[in-house]
Design a protein around this ligand. Structure first.
Ligand code: ZN
Length: 592
């Protein structure tokens, strides 16, 4: 017996790890050890070049911690065509393209319900708070206005998320949470198994739906009762740094910036007072939205005791302000630059808090963005680049070209714009005659019932419409879904990106691609400075940075995709990748 035990202890497989553990310094990460927390940060619309461009206003411990101590992939691009928020967030969560995860656009036309739907709306659920639903009178997000019900859930996400895989692998013992100002920024990353919280502009609170909870946890009630948004009443968004420190110090008042709801084009931008019509909206259009998100996330981390057990927990935080600021003021503006500076301090605060509570060495951090953003045409004009303009959707039904199709097929054709505005108020009779059911960029949806009823050749109709659309100034490609289904397309990257966006139940019949630096900037009366969503590289380019958990600093120039993130985390945790994952695990992160 003694001899047997002795031999057992002597075997190399046992004695080596024991010795290594004894030699290793107390604070170092033990090779192969699981992190206690996976912290997935998304900065909405953080284009891949912006951190470098605005590096002068970055402080210590925020972005610099990630860039200087993490593994920084500086050549990451999405490969799907529709670079919108839900599409990118879900790709980050699932490691795959919209053709697989199904979130093909922020808004699509639901053939069964015969109306436009918002990506995560779900009539089976409701918000837990009264008076927290989208206020259509003050809502500036055109996609939110498409929602007909207040309920939100991840049920439209077809494949599993990394957070789902953690929930399954660790037998439900991983705590999984996601927080964002935007509902879709949180619901996507929480996956089907986690809990999501987001900011309601209507109530000024962080809210959730009864998909996740029957009642709010006490700490959420207490956080909301404190009314942190009201602390901004009567205050303004002011510059963080001395004006001389900014690249755009002398370019605050630009005629192509949007003065939305009295927020102004120049610093300081006054929030107004609690109760003012656009008070909470203005918070989201400024660094205040990110600061509130951080405050809520810090409380969550503490009260839910994340990173304190023997299995890894998951926290996703999506910071939305960069996107809103970009839409209103443009990527090249003093506002965008200051917003990055302020987000940098917000991240420094987050990392120092995580270090105190969990330890950065025990936390695997990944930061990326759901998409990039374009330059405002006015800014490009100032640089001498003339080929940049906004696209007038109204023009689509004024031309004789569309009228020609109408004549050819003997049908009424109404513009998508009109059907977007009042899809439910249109009379049944008019609906029957509408050839174009809806146009919600990037897809045009044809009236299938009418096509079937009249026995029209849909493929021929799509082809004719494509040819007519290509005559418009600013439209680079119009790709019919019939061509996608039959693979009747030129073999190039643009067509592949549209194919990766194609889901047979949700995609429209024609995909419209504008030329570079051309986009729609008018949404039902709301004018913005810029709109992302194109397949062009300014919209596909995002940073990908892994840090914490004992990773060593490295800058990687190799081309990667954000689809690689979820399978990399899965491989790091030694769990299976999400069900639709197509990404490749990043070896720099796994080599530990
Ligand atoms: Zn976004």
């Amino acid at each position: 017996m003694i001899l047997k035990s002795f031999r057992y202890i002597e075997s190399k497989t046992i004695i080596l790890p024991v010795l290594l553990a004894l030699i290793a310094p107390v604070n170092s990460v033990v090779a192969g050890a699981q992190p206690k927390l996976v912290l997935q940060i998304t900065v909405d619309a953080l284009r891949g070049d912006l951190l470098n461009r605005y590096s002068k206003v970055l402080g210590e411990g925020g972005f610099r911690y990630l860039l200087d101590e993490g593994i920084y992939y500086n050549n990451a691009h999405y490969q799907h065509a529709n670079t919108e928020t839900i599409v990118g967030h879900t790709s980050l969560a699932t490691g795959t393209v919209p053709a697989a995860h199904g979130m093909v656009a922020n808004v699509w036309f639901d053939r069964e319900r015969n109306r436009l739907v918002y990506n995560i709306e779900d009539a089976n659920y409701h918000l837990l708070s009264a008076a927290a639903d989208v206020d259509k009178k003050t809502e500036i997000d055109p996609t939110q206005k498409a929602a007909k019900v207040d309920g939100r859930s991840p049920n439209n996400i077809i494949t599993s998320t990394l957070s789902d895989e953690m929930a399954v692998h660790f037998a439900g013992r991983s705590k999984i949470f996601a927080v964002s100002v935007k509902d879709r920024g949180a619901v996507s990353l929480a996956g089907h198994a986690g809990k999501a919280f987001w900011f309601s502009k209507a109530s000024g609170e962080f809210v959730t739906s009864n998909y996740y909870y029957e009642a709010y946890p006490e700490w959420v009630k207490n956080w909301n009762a404190r009314k942190p948004a009201e602390a901004y009443s009567g205050k303004s968004w002011a510059l963080l740094e001395k004006p001389a420190n900014y690249l755009f110090a002398d370019a605050d008042d630009l005629e192509y910036e949007t003065d939305l709801a009295g927020f102004g084009r120049t610093f300081p931008h006054a929030y107004g007072k609690t109760g003012d019509k656009y008070f909470t909206t203005k918070l989201t259009l400024s660094p205040a939205g990110d600061a509130l998100t951080l405050d809520f996330a810090r409380t969550l981390l503490d009260k839910e005791k994340l990173g304190q057990s023997d299995v890894p927990d998951y926290l996703a935080i999506s910071f939305s302000s960069t996107d809103y600021v970009g839409h209103i003021f443009g990527a090249s503006s003093l506002e965008s630059e200051d917003n990055i500076a302020q987000l940098d301090r917000t991240l420094a605060d987050l990392f120092s808090y995580v270090d105190k509570k969990v330890g950065l060495k025990n936390t695997l951090i990944v930061l990326s963005a759901d998409h990039g953003q374009p330059e405002v045409p006015g800014h490009l004009h100032e640089r001498g680049i003339a080929k940049a303009h906004h696209f007038d959707v109204e023009a689509l039904d004024k031309t004789s070209a569309i009228a020609a199709i109408k004549k050819q097929f003997g049908l009424e054709v109404s513009s998508g714009k009109k059907s977007d505005k009042k899809p439910d108020k249109t009379s049944d009779k008019a609906n029957k005659e509408k050839l174009i059911e809806a146009y919600f960029h990037p897809y045009i949806y044809l009236n299938h019932k009418l096509i079937n009823k009249k026995g029209l050749d849909q493929e021929a109709l799509e082809k004719t419409l494509v040819n007519e659309l290509l005559k418009f100034d600013g439209i680079a490609y119009a790709v019919s879904s019939a061509a996608l289904r039959t693979n009747d397309l030129p073999d190039n990257e643009m067509m592949r990106s549209i194919k990766r966006n194609y889901h047979p139940k949700r995609s429209g019949d024609i995909y419209v691609v504008f030329e570079p630096n051309v986009f729609i900037n008018d949404f039902d009366g709301l004018t913005v400075a810029s709109t992302h969503g194109s397949p062009w590289s300014y919209d596909t380019y995002v940073p990908v940075i892994f840090a914490g958990a004992g990773l060593s600093a490295e800058t990687v120039n190799r081309a990667i995709t954000p689809y690689d993130i979820a399978p990399t985390i899965a491989a790091y945790l030694k769990i299976k990748p999400p069900s639709g994952s197509i990404g490749t695990p990043l070896l720099e992160v796994l080599d530990r």
